[in-house]
Design a protein around this ligand. Structure first.
Ligand SMILES: [Fe+2]
Length: 180
């Protein structure tokens, strides 16, 4: 049965991002309750896909729009948190064989995301609260992000999920690091 959602559905940017947060929280809860490896694999793929799309929407559209309206330190912290999460996402995505740490990696990712979501949604001075106070055109951003979400979802479905790109880190592999 087709849903009633249409491409023209209006959703403001923060409502869209919050809805994404609730979706991912639901998937993490299902992962915690899953009992078979097959269920966990399916769920971890869904989690990585949702988070990959979500981080692109924020980094490509929402965060740039927030510049000037949101405290610069909070903005920078959010981007580094994204990249820390992407390291875990990349670990989970490349783990095609049995990995004794697979569950642990998904749980660490869940904790990272819970912290990050808390910082974005925190009442009063969180990123979303600051964006609202800053007078962003949330309706226009929401429309742009919904369209990009549709495009990315189709792209990833057709071409597979790309490895995430960490833009704030010196190296995406600890092995590439050398002491200063
Ligand atoms: Fe985020």
């Amino acid at each position: 049965m087709a849903t009633t959602a249409k491409a023209t559905t209006k959703i403001d940017a923060i409502a869209l991002l919050k809805a994404d947060h609730r979706t991912v929280e639901g998937l993490f809860a299902k992962y915690e309750a899953a009992t078979t490896r097959a269920q966990k694999r399916t769920l971890s793929t869904q989690i990585c896909t949702e988070l990959s799309i979500h981080t692109r929407l924020e980094e490509d559209i929402f965060y740039p729009a927030c510049k000037g309206a949101v405290d610069a330190a909070l903005h920078d912290e959010a981007r580094v948190e994204h990249d820390a999460a992407k390291l875990m996402i990349a670990e989970i995505m490349r783990d095609s064989r049995e990995d004794q740490f697979h569950d642990a990696k998904v749980m660490v990712l869940m904790e990272e995301i819970a912290h990050h979501v808390g910082e974005e949604e925190r009442a009063g001075d969180g990123m979303f609260a600051q964006a609202k106070k800053g007078g962003l055109d949330l309706a226009a951003l929401g429309t742009q992000m919904a369209a990009e979400k549709t495009r990315l979802t189709a792209d990833y479905k057709a071409n597979g999920l790309p490895m995430p790109d960490a833009t704030t880190l010196v190296a995406t592999s600890i092995g590439q690091l050398t002491p200063a």
